[in-house]
Design a protein around this ligand. Structure first.
Ligand SMILES: Nc1ncnc2c1ncn2[C@@H]1O[C@H](COP(=O)(O)OP(=O)(O)OP(=O)(O)O)[C@@H](O)[C@H]1O
Length: 762
């Protein structure tokens, strides 16, 4: 019998056992559902509410609690069985993708294990399939044949691997079997990478590479920094890592305690199938912009597009750099310490157009507490004092004549509203009158009460401006090449924006943090893992803020300093900045250099665009040389783009046309439509990735990939500055199989250093 036949026999046997298990789980689910119905019916038929006596209330509450517990138990077993069934259904189609034969040290007999998406045993401890995340499965990813060490919860273990076999399976049938002596055979990887792109990212579980496996299984570091070339599988590895952590810490870690910050909403949409494919729930996913904007519903924060397209003077850029830095973060910390003594800005609490509590009065209360009071306690003590004063005012006001009269004149309905839920068994008429009077006055003062509770007396805009005005005292501006006058202008700019209800993204984080420090907001201690993708587009200030906001979380950050399209050159110091926030012995940096996304020709070309592209290695997958076409007019170029799109379609390659700005996208869209080319414009990050040809502005193409990329108008006007090198690299490195570059007039000088043998001139 051939190896393939033998293996198929085993697979058939395993599948039939999986089917038996599926039926069991079906039964369990049905039972949990019918039990739930029965409990609910029983509950509504037999529950008598006894509310007359204490013991009656007690009894009723106990019954309700008992019912709830029973329901919860059924719910848990339902959930457990449903999740398991879900995995079994996946296993039924592809039970496993690898087999390893090995001998443990000191053991006489060799063992064979099969590795799949989840584990499966037909009886206790008889594992027919091992989960890819089990400690032993690591040997599949980590090495070839021979002695291999793997990590277990009890420490390192050594085994002698004698066979590594990989399977390609479709619908329960083995398509190919091959034995390999490498970590994960290149042939299998090549097959996977040759496939065409999709609007949804796929998991890489069958072909995880050794370096990626390290990232996935890392559990010691508090900060794991992954620097990887474009297409080196950072995002893929990190999603596998989430699945790994959920498995490794099951019962202790849930998907709601893991948050991923991604570059844009489009990208969120692109990756949201990976974890479900691996049988796990998605983690919390958000963009930094969403995280910040949801706290500022009334302010219009600069959008991704505005930020990307803004033209800044050298001075504005210097100011921005300072505001994004950790120095600025520290200066803000010092400033808030100083607020414990003086400088807080308050607003009057108004009542019917007049100040009820004057800001001077609030300030006096705030600063009257002794120095043991810090910002949080100072504020809550102030609130308490204000509420007390309000209460006294309610008391005295309720004894005034107008109130008495108002109650006497009140209709029955108005009175009922004043009584509310209060039992009407007052001791005497006076007490009843007093109660109603207080209710009436409190109703009048409702807004004041709410203003105090919600700390609306803090003037955060004025406070932020006050902070900015004080910056020259806190930071030596000279060191940053900024004059006092320039700084003053920048403060005026912030004030003008405030007046128009707007804010630059750079100001958002210091602004929110100032508010948090004043109000003493505590961080989110539930979150255990924070993942940040495309870290190069974050500022050190934002990262320090996130660290403060998730004090108990471990951080995994990934990025490619060569793709910093927003922060540009400043990103190169980022690693240094970030590492100061974590203990050194708990920081781990991993470099991924091999690029899997693109053909060798594309990777070799794109790495030449970089100033120092040495850390990028191509993977041996062959394709055409990238093509560059320069023509005199955009009309002629658009015609050629249309032809190229048609050619790509014929070759079954999905095309993305990437322009620098949205405006250019719109113009090209018009030209292509006139030429009868079907294309979808992706205008905002809230859109879905459409199938078929798309046109997308560069700032939204982050993290995505396409079979074929057309870079639109890479001329010397559009990409003139050295600081745009990373953008050009990012655009070109989105291509998997084919890359075409078009330029009107003259090609951007950023391509000058690419040797002619790396591309073809059309
Ligand atoms: N081990 C692997 N097996 C199969 N495919 C892989 C592997 N690693 C990466 N890939 C593929 O390479 C492509 C790029 O991966 P991914 O998007 O994760 O890279 P990245 O480093 O996040 O890229 P970028 O920084 O450019 O956004 C994807 O199509 C992914 O499926």
């Amino acid at each position: 019998m051939t190896v393939k036949k033998q293996e198929q026999q085993r697979m058939d046997d395993v599948i039939s056992k999986i089917k038996i298990a599926e039926r069991e789980h079906h039964k369990e689910i049905k039972k949990a559902e019918s039990d739930t119905h029965a409990i609910k019916d029983d509950f509504s038929n037999n529950l008598r509410l006894k509310t007359e006596t204490y013991s009656g209330i007690f009894e009723t509450a106990a019954t309700v609690r008992q019912q709830q517990q029973m329901l919860q138990e059924r719910e848990n077993s339902w959930q457990h069985a449903t999740k398991r069934l879900d995995i079994l259904k996946k296993l039924e189609k592809t039970p496993y993708f690898a087999r390893i034969d090995f001998q443990e040290k000191g053991e006489k007999k060799a063992e064979s294990i099969y590795i799949g998406l989840g584990s499966f045993a037909d009886r206790p401890d008889n594992f027919l399939i091992y989960d890819w995340r089990a400690p032993i499965s690591s040997i599949y990813y980590d090495g070839g044949i021979g002695q291999i060490t793997y990590q277990t919860p009890d420490g390192p273990q050594q085994v002698d691997v004698t066979l590594k076999r990989q399977f390609v399976v479709e619908n329960g049938k083995i398509k190919t079997v091959f034995d390999t002596d490498e970590a994960v055979g290149d042939q299998m990887l090549l097959d996977v990478l040759d496939e065409s792109s999709d609007t949804k990212m796929k998991s890489i579980v069958t072909t995880i590479q050794k370096e990626q496996n390290q990232i996935i299984r890392e559990t010691d570091a508090e900060l794991l920094f992954v620097q990887g070339a474009a297409g080196s599988g950072k995002t893929s590895a990190v999603l596998q890592r989430v699945a790994y952590l959920l498995y490794r810490y099951r019962g202790k870690l849930s998907s709601s305690q893991v948050i991923l910050f991604s570059p844009n909403q489009l990208f969120n949409d692109y990756i949201d199938q990976v974890l479900p494919e691996l049988g796990e729930h998605n983690m919390v996913q958000m963009t930094y912009y969403q995280y910040a904007q949801r706290r500022l519903p009334r302010i219009k924060v600069e959008t991704l597009q505005e930020r990307f397209e803004a033209q800044r003077t050298a001075t504005q850029q210097k100011i921005l750099n300072l505001k994004n830095s950790l120095y600025f973060f520290d200066a803000a910390t010092t400033y808030t310490q100083y607020l414990e003594k003086k400088g807080m800005h308050f607003k009057n609490i108004m009542f019917r157009g007049k100040p009820f509590f004057r800001k001077e009065k609030i300030s006096q209360i705030y600063y009257n507490f002794n120095e043991n009071y810090h910002l949080r306690t100072r504020l809550s003590a102030t609130k308490e004092r204000l509420l007390k004063t309000l209460n006294r005012r309610v008391e005295s006001e309720s004894r005034t004549e107008w109130v008495e009269k108002a109650i006497q004149d009140a209709s029955q309905q108005q009175l009922n509203e004043l009584y509310g839920d209060h039992p009407r068994n007052f001791e005497n008429g006076d007490k009843e009158m007093h109660y109603l009077a207080r209710q009436l006055v409190m109703e009048q003062y409702k807004k004041i009460h709410a203003d105090i509770i919600h700390t609306r007396f803090i003037n955060i805009n004025a406070q932020y401006v006050h902070f900015l005005k004080n910056v020259p005292e806190l930071i030596d501006l000279d060191k940053y090449g900024i004059s006092e006058a320039e700084w003053k202008d920048s403060v005026l700019d912030v004030i003008a924006r405030f007046k128009a209800g707007k804010m630059q993204l750079t100001d958002v984080t210091p602004y929110l943090r100032l508010y948090d420090r004043i109000t003493g907001k505590r961080g989110n201690t539930e979150m255990r893992h924070v993942f940040i993708d495309e870290i190069q587009d974050y500022t050190p200030y934002q990262l320090a803020f996130l660290k403060e906001n998730f004090p108990r979380a471990r951080f995994t950050v990934l990025g490619d300093l060569n793709q910093a399209i927003f922060t540009k050159m400043n990103s190169y110091n980022l690693l240094e900045d970030v590492s100061t926030m974590f203990p050194q012995d708990k920081t781990k940096v991993v470099q991924l250099t091999k690029s899997y996304r693109s053909t060798k020709q594309i990777t070799d070309f794109t790495k030449q665009i970089l100033v120092d592209g040495t850390a990028v290695e191509s993977f041996e997958r062959r394709g055409d040389l990238p093509q560059i076409m320069v023509d005199k007019t955009t009309t002629a170029l658009a015609k050629d783009v249309a032809l190229q799109v048609r050619k790509n379609n014929e070759d079954k390659l999905t095309t993305a046309i990437i322009c620098k700005t949205l405006d250019e996208c719109e113009k090209l869209l018009k030209a292509l439509r006139e030429d009868d080319v079907k294309v979808t414009l992706i205008k905002t990050e809230n859109q879905r990735l459409a199938a078929g040809t798309i046109i997308v502005p560069a700032f939204l193409a982050k993290g995505l990939e396409f079979d074929a990329v057309i870079m639109w108008n890479a001329n010397d006007k559009n990409y003139a500055l050295e600081s745009e090198r990373q953008l050009v690299y990012t655009i070109c490195s989105r291509a998997m199989h084919r890359l075409n570059i078009y330029a009107e007039g003259r090609l951007s000088p950023l391509f000058n250093q690419v040797p002619a043998e790396f591309y073809q001139l059309k």
